[in-house]
Design a protein around this ligand. Structure first.
Ligand SMILES: [Zn+2]
Length: 174
């Protein structure tokens, strides 16, 4: 009886550890798996050029990168939400923003995984994971697997790709 009990305990422990390893892998792969949603907002390059600042256009439409430690939000920690600077779609919350020291606004998670496209970027001789807005295809930045828990991810986003909306404006309260 004792042997059966020990076997059962061993089996349960093994099952549990396999399950948690699987759950972890699942979280990771879900976040980093390529995904591409057909954008709802489609405009010509000339139209975007008229609507956006030259820097916004360079980063969001031509996949440029703003210089580190220069953007509006890299050292900014007010409560609220970050929307796409091109189409206004909700992307990140201040709750997932953290101080990464990399010089760009860094987030641990997106508000909704469906709001972004995840694309393998092989430019500049590197393999990186590019993030774009799923609603309008604006280039936002890249995601790296060196962020803090629980996701272990660091969404490294250009400030000019974002528009911050403070919390009181969203609720309509002062
Ligand atoms: Zn957008």
């Amino acid at each position: 009886m004792k042997t059966i009990l020990s076997l059962f305990i061993l089996f349960s422990i093994n099952l549990y550890s396999n399950y948690s390893a699987m759950a972890q892998d699942d979280i990771r792969s879900k976040k980093l798996k390529e995904q591409h949603v057909v954008p709802k907002v489609v405009k010509l390059a000339e139209e975007w050029k008229k609507e956006l600042s030259p820097m916004q256009c360079e980063v969001t439409r031509n996949k440029g990168t703003e210089r580190p430690f220069t953007g509006q939000y890299f050292d900014f920690y007010e409560k609220g939400n970050y929307h796409c600077a091109n189409c206004g779609a909700l992307l990140f919350s201040s709750e997932s923003k953290f101080k990464s020291g990399c010089g760009w606004p860094s987030f641990n998670d997106v508000v909704n995984l469906k709001s972004i496209n995840i694309v393998t970027d092989k430019s500049l001789g590197m393999v990186r994971t590019e993030i774009t807005c799923a609603n309008c295809e604006a280039h936002l930045g890249h995601v790296f697997e060196d962020g803090p828990p629980p996701s272990g991810l660091r969404y490294c986003i250009n400030s000019v790709s974002l528009k911050f909306v403070p919390k009181q404006e969203q609720t309509g309260k002062p």
